[in-house]
Design a protein around this ligand. Structure first.
Ligand code: IVH
Length: 689
């Protein structure tokens, strides 16, 4: 391969991995399996290794994926929160053991083996035996503050009581941090979905995504109701000069002694064969556990040796995640049904004979498109192998042609929309078949759902089956009709009353106050996802300005290429879409100038977006009115006294009663240094690796 080709492949891989990181960490909705992700990452690593001149600091191989979310304040981690190197191959376990021995220059190394919990990483700090702050991984350097949500977890005690000194012994540190994984138990997950079905709500797709979503919920009561669980596997003191536990086994002993959940499976081995035996045992136990694991974690036990081995920017050299291949099951493909999405794309869906796969029953799998179906030669009646890569929607890996009887039927691509019956069009470059009828009920429902979604206009009460009912009854056809709904119309609907009507109307009325970027996203412009909508919001200060944008101008913006630019201008030129926008303008959903918001310090993306903040004590680096201005520029509001509705307290030196009140109410508190970091006045200092 010539150099230019390699450069292109590297760039392509980086872009693709970045996109999958975003889907996984930010949107909790991965579209490929871990195994597929790891294969892409491995390929990129190989290319970068062979061509060091093409390496880059911001490559996904050098960075931990980010789950940062602007709705939560963020704080620097006490030490970077890294990831682990992955492997699927026993030979790599052997290579790992050899490398560790060689790097340490010691033959005698004790390794531990424990489950790799498929959940969401969490760091919790305790101060004087009391829960102080809880952070997500964020980008590995700064995490989002989710203390209030974590306080609702039954297994994460607010107060450690006597156990605290007992567990540590005489040298108990005043402050320490534990890290682990939050998850949703499988039984609890199934129970929640039964309750959701009874309420007409969409089911939660899988436990890991549900956990990520729950931790980022703004409604603390809802977090408590979900019933999350946790396992901790790391502990270190934060007191200056205090020493870390001597070994991983010791830290696990302290964690359990503190009354924090520690996984009971912790084995030791001194060679690769011993490690593999434990990993196999763990794999056998996998289906009997009440939580999902995606592999085992191998660690060097002694802290002294861990320190000698050190870490790369992304992962410690003392650990390795051995991942189990995606779970597979064999079943029969009973039928193929067609789903029509909001853009009109028709997706074939496999209806399967229900089969147990990695702890859940699978009865449907996506077939993506006809290209894919033809490539795999999938026919109705086939015996198929289904896989679930960790936590994504199951899919068909391959058919078993040896089981064919001759009666199996391939499904030809449709010529008519299965919902409205109008002729379809195939989209050669996107391998998609599309219903182009703008009034197709499936398309209308999809668009309305998109408009009402959490990242868009966030209209609660319009989820699940209600959209179809509204369309059926002719109450609405598109989102602009929502603004004309009345209490009288709604209150008489089956299952509705005045209360639910008022709730929906209030939620619709609030839509006009959603961040400018969320309102752009809500329009469902082809190719415009959350990230592109943010870019557009930063560069255009009103809907009129956006409607006037040209292809050349748009293509200049970061992350927008000619294809996306043309999709945007194409949509804007559509007369039906223009009429829709005019209606939304009349309803007050768009304002004369959104720039107020866009310019007043990027309120929506700011570190204090939507937060009520209290300043207390003396700040050393700036007068109080400057601190106030910084908070307001970051989208926050400053008030004088601490109450339950305070979101954050910034405590300077000699902070007194307000700080005490904040602690009592469990309001997150940051010190001056953290405040400077949040406001971008100071670079984040690197912690020890
Ligand atoms: S130790 C420096 N132990 O898997 C990171 N991690 O893919 C040390 N995880 O970032 C982490 N179970 O979020 C460790 N028993 C376990 C784990 C575990 C799950 C997660 C963790 C980590 C990720 C790496």
């Amino acid at each position: 391969m010539d150099n230019e080709k390699i450069r292109q492949e590297i760039q392509q891989l980086r872009r693709e991995l970045q996109r999958h990181n975003d889907l996984y960490y930010r949107h909790a909705s991965p579209v490929i399996s871990d195994q597929e992700y790891d294969a892409l990452e491995r390929r990129l690593r190989e290319l970068e290794h062979a061509h060091p001149e093409l390496a880059a600091d911001d490559s996904p191989t050098a960075r931990v994926g980010a789950d940062s979310d602007s709705r939560f304040p963020s704080l620097p981690h006490s030490r970077p929160m890294l990831s682990l190197a992955n492997s699927y191959d026993p030979q790599e376990v052997e290579a790992f053991v050899e490398r560790v021995r060689r790097d340490l220059g010691e033959e005698e190394v004790v390794f531990t083996v424990e489950p790799k919990i498929d959940g969401v990483a969490l760091a919790v700090r305790y101060r004087n035996g009391m829960l102080d702050v809880a952070l997500t991984r964020g980008d590995g350097r700064n995490g989002d503050v989710i203390t209030d949500n974590v306080r609702t977890l039954k297994q994460v005690p607010e107060r450690l009581g006597d156990r605290w000194r007992d567990a540590f012994g005489p040298s108990a540190p005043d402050t320490f941090e534990v890290r682990g994984e939050v998850y949703l138990g499988l039984k609890r997950f199934a129970q929640l979905n039964r309750m959701r079905a009874a309420e007409g709500l969409e089911p939660l797709a899988n436990p890991r995504n549900a956990t990520a979503g729950t931790l980022k919920t703004l409604d603390v009561g809802e977090v408590a109701r979900r019933g999350l669980s946790a396992f901790f596997y790391q502990l270190f003191p934060l007191d200056e000069g205090a020493e870390d536990p001597d070994s991983h086994r010791e830290e696990m002993r302290i964690i359990a002694g503190l009354g924090l959940p520690a996984n009971p499976f912790l084995r030791v081995a001194t060679d690769a064969a011993g490690i593999m035996a434990h990993l196999r045992k763990l794999q056998e136990m996998r289906d009997d556990l009440d939580y999902q694991i995606d592999g085992g974690v191998i660690k060097v036990d002694l802290r002294r040796q861990q320190e000698l081995l050190g870490a790369t920017a992304k992962a410690p050299r003392w650990g390795l995640a051995f991942k189990y291949p995606a779970a597979e099951a064999v079943t029969r493909l009973l039928d193929i049904t067609l789903q029509v999405g909001r853009t009109g794309v028709i997706t074939p869906v496999a209806e399967l004979e229900p089969v147990l796969l990695a702890g859940t029953t699978v009865s449907r799998a996506t077939l993506h498109n006809w290209d894919e179906m033809q490539r795999k030669d999938i026919r109705v009646g086939d015996t198929v192998v289904v896989v679930k890569g960790g936590d994504i929607i199951p899919k068909i890996l391959r058919v078993l042609p040896e089981n064919r009887t001759g009666d199996e039927q391939p499904l030809p691509p449709p010529t008519q929309c299965p919902v409205c019956g109008k002729p379809v069009r195939s989209d050669p470059d996107q391998v998609a078949i599309r219903c182009v009828n703008p009034f197709c009920p499936a398309v209308l429902a999809g668009r309305l759902r998109h408009f009402a979604g959490r990242d868009a206009a966030d209209i609660e009460g319009l989820g699940g089956k209600w959209v179809e009912m509204f369309l059926d009854k002719g109450l609405v056809r598109a989102a602009d009709d929502l603004f004309g709904l009345t209490r009288e119309q709604l209150a008489v609907l089956p299952g509705w009353g005045e209360k639910s009507a008022d709730r929906l109307l209030a939620s619709i009325a609030r839509a006009g106050r959603r961040p400018w970027s969320a309102r752009i996203f809500s329009l469902g412009i082809p190719q415009v996802g959350v990230t592109t909508a943010r870019t557009l919001a930063r560069h255009y200060d009103s809907i009129d300005a956006l409607m006037r944008a040209t292809v050349d101008e748009l293509a200049e913006l970061p992350d927008i290429g000619p294809i996306v630019a043309e999709a945007i201008t194409g949509q804007m030129a559509n007369p039906d879409f223009r009429a829709f926008i005019e209606n939304l303008k009349r309803s007050g959903y768009f304002h004369e100038k959104e720039e107020l918001e866009a310019l007043a310090g990027a309120a929506e993306d700011g570190p204090f977006a939507g937060k009520t903040v209290v300043l207390t004590g003396t700040l050393e680096s700036m007068p109080r009115n400057r601190a106030k201005a910084l908070i307001e520029a970051g989208g926050g509001k400053v008030t004088g006294s601490v109450s339950k509705s305070t979101d954050l307290v910034v405590a300077g030196a000699k902070a007194g009663s307000k700080l005490a009140k904040a602690r009592e109410l469990g309001v997150p508190v940051v010190d001056e240094e953290a405040f400077l970091t949040m406001t971008g006045q100071k670079d984040v200092a690197d912690g020890p690796a």
